[in-house]
Design a protein around this ligand. Structure first.
Ligand code: KG4
Ligand code: ZN
Length: 361
């Protein structure tokens, strides 16, 4: 079964074709990072407009790269939740139109759940050159899903049969990376720029607090972000009334690197502490990390240090938003679930993963 996956929930317009839930035949990602960089974050209206401009060429390219025609495609999978309303509308409308026009089954995919399925891609063709894992994760599987919009620990008993163990009570960890980068004057997106700056920094220079929460597996990152802000203000000798956009100009590169390293260490430790606890409680057969922050080397290293089994993660290009993860989950979904009517599919911008467990039977 070959599924075309379409993704447009945030600032990447992407389409990919996956066969039988493991073989990547094409993977086209058009990122808007350069467009949003000047604003220091994603501007929803600009994102939607940009998706409209490139969605059709991106889908065409996915077919061309795979050397396939519409006759070779068995179904369309599309992100319908969660994400930016205008962005989701562009991708779903494209998918619904193709499903109607080409008479293909249509499958609605939850973006956060799909991030986990990047780990199921084990083979590639047509000149794609990614460093893929040698095998798919086994069930039961513990997934740490960490992106710009989500931070959660999910226990998967099987495909579509999962339980949300814990999640962030405020900011997502990727969002915290992005906000802290802004405070210390590093470019958007903050994740990669903090990770890079941190390489030259001292992670023990600034003592930052880890939030204590009631939920056994929950996270919180908003207090950490504020703690960085206060520490920067102290370091440069200003009070809380000082305009925060002028703070980066008061820091030198050594201080910037030390803040990046100290923040990264604490944020990653917060994730790893809870993941280790969930591992001990649930004894999963595999542990995967997924989402944009899974690209973080410090997270991979710390988690591997703490857990007795090999951590599984996808190559960097499949950790951030892409269509391949949508198509892969689409393959598994299509085996168990009926297609959705293209006339009825509606976007759900804030649907959480707890409410989408499917195929429990
Ligand atoms: O999964 P993703 O592409 O989009 C969402 O669904 O949110 O994740 C984007 C997030 C951004 O917050 C970005 O700063 C973060 O992932 N990110 C990283 C790294 N690369 C991307 N965070 C930490 N370290 C990285 N190397
Ligand atoms: Zn994402």
């Amino acid at each position: 079964m070959r599924i075309l996956g379409i993704e447009s929930s945030c600032d990447e317009t992407a389409a990919a074709i996956v066969e039988d839930g493991h073989l990547l035949l094409s993977n086209v990602v058009r990122t808007q990072i350069d467009i949003h960089k000047v604003y220091g974050g994603v501007v929803p209206e600009v994102a939607a407009r940009s998706h409209i401009e490139v969605i059709n060429p991106v889908i065409d390219q996915a077919l061309t790269d795979a050397h396939l025609t519409w006759d070779d495609i068995d179904g369309i999978a599309v992100t319908y939740a969660p994400g930016l309303l205008g962005s989701l509308l562009v991708g779903t409308l494209a998918a619904r139109t193709i499903a109607l026009q080409k008479n293909k089954p249509l499958y609605p995919i939850h973006h956060v759940e799909a991030h986990v399925y990047a780990n199921f891609i084990t083979n590639q063709a047509n000149g794609i050159d990614l460093t893929l894992p040698g095998k798919q994760p086994s069930f039961p599987m513990l997934a740490l899903i960490v992106s710009g919009g989500h931070s959660q620990l999910v226990f998967f008993k099987n495909h579509g049969d999962y339980e949300l163990l814990g999640q962030t009570q405020d900011d997502a960890v990727g969002e915290a990376f992005d906000k802290v980068a802004k405070i210390i004057g590093l470019p958007y997106p903050g994740g990669p720029s903090i990770a890079e700056a941190a390489q030259a920094g001292d992670p023990l220079k600034y003592q930052l607090p880890k939030a204590k929460l009631q939920g056994r597996y929950d996270f919180s990152f908003s207090g950490l972000k504020t703690a960085v802000l206060r520490a920067v203000q102290r370091e440069v000798g200003v009070d809380t009334t000082f305009p925060s956009f002028e703070l980066p100009g008061r820091l030198n590169d050594v201080q910037r690197a030390d803040f990046a390293a100290s923040f990264q260490k604490t944020a990653i430790e917060t994730l790893v502490d809870k993941a280790e606890r969930a591992f001990q409680d649930y004894s999963p057969a595999s542990v995967v990390i997924a989402g944009g922050v899974a690209a973080n080397q410090e997270l991979r290293r710390q988690l591997q240090d703490r857990l007795p089994i090999a951590i599984e993660y996808a190559p960097m290009q499949l950790c951030t938003d892409n269509g391949a993860m949508i198509a892969t989950l689409g393959c598994f979904y299509a085996q168990k679930m009926p297609a959705t009517s293209p006339l009825e599919l509606e976007v759900q911008p804030s649907l959480s993963m707890t409410k989408t467990a499917w195929a429990k039977a």
